[in-house]
Design a protein around this ligand. Structure first.
Ligand SMILES: [Mg+2]
Length: 219
């Protein structure tokens, strides 16, 4: 009798799930929304708003001057944090295979996300180390350096790319391991900025700031 009851409940759940599933929005409507968000300036506005808060926190930490012998550091992600790949995403219709994405990356023409570059310059001018931690592969180091330089970033204190050891690790595993390593080297990571939650989870930073990115998800 009890088993019959369970079977009946499961049946009801299956029916209710199918009833709830209405026709979603058309895919092109979603894509048009993504384009409008970018072209209206709201995407950049949202990023700028977060970076302003990050800058205030940097200024607070500089005023407090409580880091002792530790070297203050900022950790930045690269794609959709320091550099924008929006033009290529648009060209691919917000899709594409890994090979397509990698081919675009190799062009090394992604422009800077300006609020992030301004924060970068402020940090460097005030003696704070800036270290990139990216999910890009070690094999792409030269083109990544070339793109960062072309976009206006220079004199960074570290550029950590994904080594073979972390080839199949989630960003949420690989990135905290890299921050832990930086702390062991004597850096006090005051803030960590990224466009994915997986850039930010796992600790080893005093404060985290999440930039807008409705265009893709990485874990
Ligand atoms: Mg990113």
């Amino acid at each position: 009798m009890i088993q019959k009851g369970i079977a009946y409940s499961l049946c009801l759940m299956a029916i209710s799930t199918s009833v709830i599933a209405k026709e979603p929005k058309n895919l092109d409507t979603y894509k048009n929304g993504l384009i409008a968000y970018h072209d209206s300036g709201n995407y950049l506005y949202d990023i700028d708003d977060v970076i302003k808060h990050a800058l205030s926190y940097v200024q607070l930490r500089l005023e407090q001057n409580t880091h002792g012998n530790k070297k203050l550091a900022i950790v930045l992600d690269i794609d959709e944090t320091a550099l924008s790949t929006y033009d290529n995403m648009l060209k691919r219709g917000f899709g594409g295979t890994w090979d397509d994405i990698h081919r675009d990356m190799q062009e090394a023409k992604a422009p800077a996300i300006m609020p992030t570059l301004q924060l970068y310059r402020y940090a460097k001018a005030h003696g704070i180390a800036v270290i990139f931690i990216t999910g890009r592969r070690e094999a792409d180091r030269a083109l990544t350096e070339s793109n960062l330089l072309a976009a206006g970033y220079k004199d960074w204190d570290g550029l950590i790319l994904r080594s073979k050891e972390y080839d199949y690790s989630l960003a949420s595993v690989y990135k905290p391991a890299m921050r832990k390593h930086l702390q062991e080297l004597g850096y006090d990571i005051i803030l960590n900025i990224g466009d994915q939650k997986s850039d930010l989870v796992g600790g080893y930073a005093d404060k985290t700031f999440k930039l807008s990115n409705p265009y893709y998800f990485l874990n």
